[in-house]
Write a protein that binds this ligand. Structure first.
Ligand code: BEZ
Ligand code: FE
Length: 298
């Protein structure tokens, strides 16, 4: 007589069969795959009861570490490369049906420090004046993927300070620093001042930090400035510019670095900057042209 199949093999199909009544096709597809992969994972590492309980306690602590200023689950997703994978898949999907002579600017993770409602600033404004750091003139253009300038395109810009600290990390302060919204001129040009961003570690005082330490990983991100670039009729891009010679450019803890987003920062002695500003101290400049793909029309 043939032996009955063991539960370690049949349970997966049994769980998936319970989705028969699910009427949401996409949800059913996602949950079926999730069950299969989680069961395969449990089988493949021969997970013990104690290890599973540790996992549940870790996930519980991750949830408990979240508040209105901290999202430990996003940090978990970022450090396991899931956030970047979702971003890369979305962009691959968008570019598969995009036309244009050149690809759109590559996207990268948004991270936890975006703050909706940064003030609109005129071109040339210095958003880094009140934070420590070396002054930097950022210049460039926003065009479509055919190279045509996009006037009145919006750049929502934010970064940590020259020591790698974001305004949102300052205990007890609600003041926005090193943030601003800029609009391109009629030729699609932008210019603004901020600081040269420093590398910094992700928050390591929670359960994700403990996981990173146990994995033997370095917690740092290379220096970068964030921006969401958007324009009417075009697909917005959430991205960064990375400081070319920054430490950790090869080992970003959240896997966000893309070759095309690495920008050389040029050092200048005191004098008249390219936008006419008189600088009595050394400063840096960085140049980058953003390209946005046309939005699909239904
Ligand atoms: C950031 O670049 O702001 C960031 C991204 C992911 C995790 C932590 C910080
Ligand atoms: Fe950042």
């Amino acid at each position: 007589m043939a032996e009955a199949p063991h539960a370690t093999q049949t349970l997966t199909d049994e769980v998936i069969a319970r989705l028969d009544g699910c009427t949401d096709a996409r949800f059913k597809e996602v949950m079926t795959s999730l069950v299969r992969h989680v069961h395969d994972f449990v089988r493949s590492v021969d997970l013990t009861g104690e290890e599973w309980m540790n996992t549940i306690q870790f996930l519980t602590a991750t949830g408990q570490a979240c508040n209105d200023k901290r999202q430990e689950f996003i940090l978990l997703s970022d450090t396991l490369g899931v956030s970047m994978l979702v971003v890369a898949l979305a962009q691959a999907r968008a570019s598969a049906d995009a036309s244009g002579a050149t690809p759109a600017t590559e996207a990268t993770v948004q991270g936890p420090y975006y703050w909706v409602g940064a003030p609109e600033r005129p071109l040339g404004y210095d958003i880094g004046e009140s934070v420590p750091g070396e002054p930097t003139l950022y210049t460039g253009r926003v065009t479509d993927t055919e190279g045509r300038p996009l006037a009145d395109a919006r750049l929502d810009v934010w970064s940590g300070d020259g020591d790698g600290v974001y305004d949102m990390q300052v205990e007890g302060s609600d003041q926005m620093l090193a943030r601003g919204v800029f609009r391109t001129d009629a030729q699609g040009r932008f210019w603004l001042w901020s600081i040269r961003p420093s590398f910094y570690p992700i928050p390591m005082d929670g359960p994700v930090g403990a996981m990173i330490e146990r994995m033997g990983r370095d917690p740092n991100r290379p220096g970068h400035i964030h921006m969401i670039v958007s324009a009417d009729g075009h697909v917005p891009v959430t991205t960064h510019l990375f400081v070319a010679d920054s430490p950790y450019i090869e080992s970003d803890i959240v896997f966000g670095v893309r070759e095309s987003l690495i920008v050389p920062f040029e050092q200048h002695p005191p004098g008249t900057a390219a936008d006419g500003r008189e600088m009595d101290q050394p400063y840096w400049s960085a140049h980058y042209d953003f390209r946005l793909a046309p939005a699909r029309t239904a």
